[in-house]
Design a protein around this ligand. Structure first.
Ligand SMILES: [Zn+2]
Length: 216
């Protein structure tokens, strides 16, 4: 993993400096792929693109328009080293939202287009499914309903004419126990590259297993 420049933003709520690290290059060696589209790559962490300010609680997208500065982590460049020390002293790193953060962002309507809502809902899905998997297939009533509601909304937002979206729609139906609908949608996935994943989901669906699984 090779770090890229660190971007600096100002929180729209309180102007605190928020720092976003970026990657210049990374590899996906040792990555794990899951049936819901989540990728867990130890050497390829996703760059944070929406965050919550720890001081004032504002949730905001790290848009290029509100970027105020950037610096390289390079001791040999005096300007960069000074900026780094300054921003690290008085700023905070942009942290990925947690489950409550994703829910809050969705409920507050912190999205400006369907693409952003899909992003938030996929993140919430992955959060809940990861927890579900670690918790041996158990979710409390609140999370269970949240997962159901989120899946139904995500199904409506996805493009049912795009093959990859169809695969995720099928998986979402399976996750919430709509096995009939899962099979119907799987029938529409015809792209050769997706057949292995589609078959994996099909096999789980046939035995009415709703748990997300790691793709072998
Ligand atoms: Zn703030």
């Amino acid at each position: 993993m090779l770090p890229g420049p660190t971007n600096v933003y100002h929180c729209p709520g309180c102007s605190k400096s928020i720092l976003q690290w970026t990657l210049a290059s990374a590899n996906s060696l040792g990555a794990k792929y899951y049936s819901d589209g989540r990728i867990k790559a130890p050497d390829f962490p996703a760059t944070v693109i929406i965050t919550q300010c720890e001081d004032c609680g504002t949730i905001f997208w790290l848009d290029r328009e509100i970027k105020v500065d950037e610096f390289e982590d390079d001791d040999f460049r005096e300007d960069d080293a000074l900026k780094r020390d300054y921003y690290r002293e008085q700023g905070a790193w942009a942290e990925e939202l947690d489950k409550e953060g994703w829910v809050k962002a969705i409920q507050k309507g912190a999205f400006r287009n369907p693409k952003e809502e899909i992003y938030l809902r996929k993140k919430l899905l992955w959060c809940l499914n990861e927890f579900f998997l670690e918790n041996k297939g158990f979710l409390d009533a609140e999370d269970f309903l949240l997962r159901q509601e989120n899946a139904n909304n995500l199904i409506k937002l996805l493009d049912n004419t795009a093959q990859r979206d169809l695969l995720l729609i099928a998986e979402l139906h399976r996750n919430v126990g709509n096995f009939e609908s899962c099979l119907e949608v799987l029938d529409l996935v015809t792209e050769p590259d997706l057949q292995r994943m589609a078959y994996g989901i099909f096999k789980k669906c046939r035995v009415k297993d709703s748990k997300v699984f790691e793709l072998g």
